[in-house]
Ligand binder design. Structure first.
Ligand code: NAG
Ligand code: NAG
Length: 249
């Protein structure tokens, strides 16, 4: 079972043995699921397809990524073979709210079909969501979908206090998946990026591209009566300027 150590294999083959005839079999597949409440309700997935290792791919892996913007969540889940990278089983919470929630679970192992989680419970069990906090006065667009499907001018919602507007496009590739998302929502004020500048999660490479440098152009602060007119006047003045620069103005 499992992978042969190269020196060991070499030694045995010099002695005339063929030691690596056994290969490792792993569950193999991937899925993308959009839904709501995926941070609260576990999703089940039983994969039956398998793949067998070759000289390079000598471990089984499973990688789950879950992102939730409140009204919408997306789950990415990949199982398959992987290059040797050491056994590891780890859940990582990038953001537990209030606002956007993002977390991952990775498992690399080297026994037959050991990448066998059948429920997102493996991830949800490590996720203690921030208690839902009071709403503030800041409004931000909230949307989570394939890149290009989110209109930054629509679906403005009131954000929880101590959060600010966040907007990115995110490319996630690897483990038989390739997806480009728009992620708009409210993110904890102290943070600028969602995935801590990480460039990979398990077998997936990730690229987070913030849509705007300053979140101010996204914000629509609710202001009392008299100020409102002034604000509307100002934004009318600014909007032709914005139009050419950023779709998010
Ligand atoms: C999601 O959960 C909220 C409350 O937690 C509930 O009001 C809503 O109906 C749920 N949505 C779905 C699609 O289950
Ligand atoms: C991510 O990178 C940016 C730019 O290099 C830096 O300003 C920021 O502090 C980094 N954030 C984290 C969480 O590492």
């Amino acid at each position: 079972m499992g992978a042969c150590h190269i020196q060991y294999a070499l030694l045995l083959s010099l002695l005339g043995f063929v030691p690596c005839s056994d290969s490792l079999t792993c569950l193999d597949g991937s899925m993308v699921k959009f839904g709501s409440n995926l941070t609260k309700e576990a999703v089940d997935w039983v994969e039956k397809l398998t793949a067998s290792s070759d000289a390079l791919m000598v471990m089984c892996q499973e990688t789950l990524v879950l992102i939730d913007v409140g009204e919408q969540s997306v789950l990415l889940w990949s199982k398959g073979l992987s290059k040797l990278s050491g056994e590891i089983k780890k859940a990582q919470v990038f953001s537990s709210g209030p606002g956007i929630v993002a977390a991952s679970y990775i498992h690399f192992c080297s026994t037959e079909n050991c990448n066998k989680a059948t429920s997102t419970k493996v991830l949800l069990d490590s996720l203690s969501l921030a208690a839902s906090s009071k709403l503030g006065t800041l409004q931000c667009p909230v949307c989570l979908h394939f890149k290009g499907s989110c209109d930054p001018k629509s679906n403005l919602v009131l954000c929880p206090v101590n959060t600010k507007c966040y907007a990115s496009s995110m490319g996630i590739q690897g483990g038989s998946l390739s997806i480009f998302l728009n992620i708009f929502g409210c993110l904890e004020s102290s943070r600028n990026v969602l995935l801590n500048n990480q460039t990979s999660i398990g077998v997936m490479s990730v690229r987070e591209i913030l849509e705007v440098k300053s979140s101010n152009s996204l914000s629509h602060v609710l202001v009392p009566g008299t100020l409102l007119t002034w604000t509307l006047g100002l934004s009318a003045l600014l909007s032709p300027l914005c139009a050419g620069i950023s779709p998010l103005c």
